[in-house]
Design a protein around this ligand. Structure first.
Ligand SMILES: [Zn+2]
Length: 271
């Protein structure tokens, strides 16, 4: 078999790369297909935000990226999709089952894997270090320096369109008296009634302990690092404005430019 010049983003193999769906196809059956539009914003340190490559009329579910090998795609990634399915399929329908520590571990690993795949749709803003992806591949768990939250979005009966708002930047700052380049990314995405926010800053120390607790600002649950079993559904249901508030929170703390789509689908700068 000919070797590809590209390597699998998870295991590093240069064997045949296959097309991986950004979001698994089975999710499509749980969401309304009518009038669907995918929104994708990517931003980086240079203050240039733009429409991401996943921005399109119609659903994001049919889109694929050729970045993972067949062994990963059909092996552990597919197994993780299967494990996440019973939990995800409830959350996206606005049903919140009791989320045990194990459920939260599965959901946060799924969120980290999906963040890594989605990030590669735009390599200009891809900042997750390669050793984080190999950690996910090797341990099927979330690396240190990651944070994952979940919340509710959309009207009672109408889910929000599929959105992704991604920031990725190398931030030079001081840490214990030394200049350090932090690899920062935050990705917020919505699927049906579920909002997922992931954030990574490596090494740790870019944000202080208090600013990491965004669950004190928004009604969302931290699921990684594990804090407590989620026993109830959050009362607050966020709308599109809320999505941008949550998705831009860390970028704002860092003084990065933020962008959004307005109600008419125009692309505008926020800060
Ligand atoms: Zn692989």
């Amino acid at each position: 078999m000919p070797e590809s010049k590209y390597k699998c983003i998870f295991c590093g193999s240069s064997k045949r790369l296959t097309k991986e769906h950004i979001l698994p196809k089975w999710l499509r059956n749980y969401l309304p297909v009518n009038d669907h539009r995918s929104r994708h914003v990517v931003s980086s340190l240079d203050g240039v935000g733009k429409r991401g490559k996943l921005e399109r009329p119609g659903t994001m579910f049919s889109q694929t990226l050729r970045i993972v090998c067949a062994d990963c795609n059909n092996g552990w990634m597919s197994l993780l999709q299967l494990k996440a399915k019973p939990i995800l399929s409830k959350l996206i329908k606005n049903e919140w089952p009791l989320l045990s520590q194990n459920d939260q571990a599965i959901m946060s690993t799924w969120a980290a894997m999906t963040t890594c795949v989605a990030e590669f749709s735009d390599q200009h803003t891809a900042t997750i270090p390669p050793d984080h992806r190999s950690f996910i591949f090797q341990t099927k768990s979330v690396p240190q320096d990651w944070f994952v939250w979940i919340g509710r979005i959309g009207k009672e009966s109408t889910p929000l369109f599929t959105h992704i708002n991604h920031f990725g930047a190398k931030i030079r700052d001081s840490l214990e008296g030394n200049e350090v380049d932090f690899a920062f990314q935050s990705t917020c995405f919505t699927i049906g009634h579920l909002l997922i926010m992931t954030m990574t800053s490596t090494p740790s120390g870019l944000f202080n302990e208090d600013s990491l607790k965004i669950e004190q600002l928004f009604e969302i649950f931290p699921i990684f690092p594990f804090k407590s079993i989620v026993v109830h559904m959050p009362d607050k249901v966020y709308d599109e404005d809320g999505f941008y508030e949550i998705s831009c929170v860390f970028a704002r703390m860092l003084g990065l430019s933020t962008f959004r789509f307005d109600k008419n689908g125009n692309y505008i700068k926020l800060t």
